[in-house]
Write a protein that binds this ligand. Structure first.
Ligand code: ZN
Ligand code: ZN
Ligand code: ZN
Length: 106
């Protein structure tokens, strides 16, 4: 077995940068991320506070949601694609609608 001095080296799981012993890092989904990636590519779910990748953000320009919260508590209007909290969604023929679209249809 070969032993290197870098056994404990940490690498950013996103950009692959080596994270020095005295450098800060964060964890996203249990994976190590350098501060630069953390600041540029992550955001926080408004509902549960979980840190998520900006790429994995559900929701719209006003609301940031992780996939969990989105799938458990939100839906989209079948007509205009508006983000809807489950409590605000109207159901018609198996589809979800926002208040506006629902009232136009019914
Ligand atoms: Zn990075
Ligand atoms: Zn969430
Ligand atoms: Zn709508």
């Amino acid at each position: 077995m070969e032993n290197t001095n870098n056994d404990n080296a940490l690498y950013c799981s996103r950009c692959g940068a080596l994270i020095g012993e005295d450098e800060d890092y964060e964890e996203v989904n249990g994976r190590i991320v350098c501060m630069e990636c953390y600041e540029q590519h992550t955001t926080t779910c408004e509902r549960c506070g979980e840190v998520i990748w900006t790429d994995d953000s559900y929701g719209d320009e006003y609301t940031t949601l992780c996939s969990n919260c989105y799938h458990n508590h939100y839906t989209r209007c079948s007509c205009c694609d508006a983000l809807l909290h489950e409590d605000d969604a109207y159901h018609l023929d198996g589809y979800d609608y926002c208040s506006d679209c629902y009232h136009v249809r019914s």
